[in-house]
Design a protein around this ligand. Structure first.
Ligand SMILES: N[C@@H](CCC(=O)N[C@@H](CS)C(=O)NCC(=O)O)C(=O)O
Length: 124
Protein backbone atom coordinates (compact mmCIF):
# COMPACT_ATOMS: atom_id res chain seq x y z
CA UNK A 1 0.00 0.00 0.00
CA UNK A 2 1.31 3.46 -0.86
CA UNK A 3 2.08 6.00 1.89
CA UNK A 4 -0.79 8.15 0.68
CA UNK A 5 -3.21 5.21 0.77
CA UNK A 6 -1.99 4.37 4.28
CA UNK A 7 -2.48 8.01 5.33
CA UNK A 8 -5.97 8.04 3.88
CA UNK A 9 -6.76 4.77 5.66
CA UNK A 10 -5.52 6.11 9.00
CA UNK A 11 -6.75 9.68 8.82
CA UNK A 12 -9.53 9.54 6.27
CA UNK A 13 -9.69 10.83 2.70
CA UNK A 14 -13.14 12.42 2.87
CA UNK A 15 -14.57 9.23 1.45
CA UNK A 16 -16.86 6.85 3.30
CA UNK A 17 -15.71 3.66 1.66
CA UNK A 18 -12.98 1.36 2.87
CA UNK A 19 -9.91 0.53 0.81
CA UNK A 20 -11.36 -2.95 0.26
CA UNK A 21 -14.61 -1.51 -1.06
CA UNK A 22 -12.74 0.93 -3.30
CA UNK A 23 -10.61 -1.91 -4.70
CA UNK A 24 -13.73 -4.01 -5.33
CA UNK A 25 -15.42 -1.12 -7.15
CA UNK A 26 -12.35 -0.47 -9.33
CA UNK A 27 -12.11 -4.18 -10.19
CA UNK A 28 -15.84 -4.29 -10.95
CA UNK A 29 -15.54 -1.29 -13.30
CA UNK A 30 -12.59 -2.89 -15.10
CA UNK A 31 -14.50 -6.17 -15.47
CA UNK A 32 -17.72 -4.51 -16.63
CA UNK A 33 -16.34 -2.16 -19.27
CA UNK A 34 -14.31 -3.41 -22.23
CA UNK A 35 -12.60 -0.02 -22.42
CA UNK A 36 -12.43 2.22 -19.38
CA UNK A 37 -10.62 5.48 -18.68
CA UNK A 38 -10.13 6.57 -15.07
CA UNK A 39 -9.90 10.30 -15.68
CA UNK A 40 -10.09 13.75 -14.11
CA UNK A 41 -12.24 16.28 -15.89
CA UNK A 42 -9.59 19.04 -15.86
CA UNK A 43 -6.65 16.85 -16.87
CA UNK A 44 -5.20 17.68 -20.31
CA UNK A 45 -3.66 14.19 -20.71
CA UNK A 46 -7.11 12.73 -20.06
CA UNK A 47 -8.65 15.06 -22.67
CA UNK A 48 -6.06 13.85 -25.16
CA UNK A 49 -6.88 10.20 -24.44
CA UNK A 50 -10.65 10.84 -24.69
CA UNK A 51 -10.12 12.70 -27.98
CA UNK A 52 -8.09 9.84 -29.50
CA UNK A 53 -10.68 7.25 -28.44
CA UNK A 54 -13.46 9.43 -29.84
CA UNK A 55 -11.64 9.85 -33.17
CA UNK A 56 -11.46 6.06 -33.41
CA UNK A 57 -15.19 5.87 -32.65
CA UNK A 58 -14.46 3.74 -29.60
CA UNK A 59 -17.08 2.97 -27.02
CA UNK A 60 -15.16 3.87 -23.86
CA UNK A 61 -16.51 4.24 -20.34
CA UNK A 62 -15.05 7.30 -18.62
CA UNK A 63 -15.13 7.87 -14.87
CA UNK A 64 -14.12 11.35 -13.74
CA UNK A 65 -12.47 10.76 -10.36
CA UNK A 66 -12.62 14.46 -9.42
CA UNK A 67 -16.41 14.36 -9.78
CA UNK A 68 -16.93 11.17 -7.76
CA UNK A 69 -17.35 11.45 -3.99
CA UNK A 70 -15.15 8.35 -3.61
CA UNK A 71 -12.68 9.47 -6.29
CA UNK A 72 -9.74 9.81 -3.93
CA UNK A 73 -10.26 6.30 -2.52
CA UNK A 74 -10.67 4.93 -6.05
CA UNK A 75 -7.40 6.57 -7.06
CA UNK A 76 -5.65 4.94 -4.06
CA UNK A 77 -7.13 1.58 -5.07
CA UNK A 78 -6.04 2.09 -8.67
CA UNK A 79 -2.50 2.74 -7.50
CA UNK A 80 -2.58 -0.51 -5.55
CA UNK A 81 -4.06 -2.50 -8.43
CA UNK A 82 -2.16 -1.06 -11.39
CA UNK A 83 0.92 0.48 -9.80
CA UNK A 84 -0.03 3.76 -11.45
CA UNK A 85 -1.31 6.78 -9.55
CA UNK A 86 -1.67 9.28 -12.40
CA UNK A 87 -4.69 9.76 -14.63
CA UNK A 88 -5.65 8.85 -17.24
CA UNK A 89 -5.40 5.23 -16.16
CA UNK A 90 -6.62 3.10 -19.04
CA UNK A 91 -7.78 -0.52 -19.23
CA UNK A 92 -8.74 -2.34 -22.43
CA UNK A 93 -10.12 -5.87 -22.16
CA UNK A 94 -9.13 -5.91 -18.45
CA UNK A 95 -5.52 -5.27 -19.49
CA UNK A 96 -3.71 -2.29 -18.01
CA UNK A 97 -2.62 -0.04 -20.88
CA UNK A 98 -1.09 2.74 -18.78
CA UNK A 99 -1.51 6.47 -19.23
CA UNK A 100 -2.00 8.82 -22.16
CA UNK A 101 1.58 8.52 -23.43
CA UNK A 102 1.19 4.72 -23.54
CA UNK A 103 -2.12 5.00 -25.41
CA UNK A 104 -0.65 7.47 -27.91
CA UNK A 105 2.32 5.15 -28.50
CA UNK A 106 -0.05 2.27 -29.27
CA UNK A 107 -2.02 4.51 -31.62
CA UNK A 108 1.09 5.66 -33.48
CA UNK A 109 2.25 2.05 -33.79
CA UNK A 110 -1.16 1.21 -35.31
CA UNK A 111 -1.94 -1.23 -32.48
CA UNK A 112 -4.65 0.65 -30.61
CA UNK A 113 -7.41 0.06 -33.14
CA UNK A 114 -6.88 -3.72 -33.09
CA UNK A 115 -6.84 -3.77 -29.28
CA UNK A 116 -10.13 -1.89 -29.25
CA UNK A 117 -11.57 -4.16 -31.92
CA UNK A 118 -10.59 -7.28 -29.99
CA UNK A 119 -12.25 -5.81 -26.92
CA UNK A 120 -15.47 -5.19 -28.86
CA UNK A 121 -15.16 -1.46 -28.24
CA UNK A 122 -15.32 -0.29 -31.85
CA UNK A 123 -18.74 0.80 -33.04
CA UNK A 124 -17.92 0.46 -36.74
N1 LIG B 1 2.67 10.74 -18.43
C1 LIG B 1 1.33 10.71 -17.91
C2 LIG B 1 0.98 12.08 -17.32
C3 LIG B 1 -0.33 12.06 -16.56
C4 LIG B 1 -0.41 13.13 -15.47
O1 LIG B 1 0.60 13.75 -15.09
N2 LIG B 1 -1.63 13.35 -14.96
C5 LIG B 1 -1.81 14.25 -13.85
C6 LIG B 1 -3.16 15.01 -14.02
S1 LIG B 1 -3.15 16.08 -15.45
C7 LIG B 1 -1.98 13.46 -12.54
O2 LIG B 1 -2.46 12.34 -12.56
N3 LIG B 1 -1.59 14.09 -11.42
C8 LIG B 1 -1.76 13.46 -10.13
C9 LIG B 1 -3.17 13.51 -9.62
O3 LIG B 1 -4.06 14.14 -10.23
O4 LIG B 1 -3.40 12.92 -8.56
C10 LIG B 1 0.38 10.30 -19.04
O5 LIG B 1 0.79 10.35 -20.21
O6 LIG B 1 -0.76 9.88 -18.76
Amino acid sequence: MSLRALGNKLFGSGSNITMGEASARVQELINEHATIVFSKSYCPYCSNTKKTLKQLNADAFVIELDQDSDGSALQDALEDISGQRTVPNIYINKKHIGGNSDLQKLDKAGELEQLLRNAGSLKL
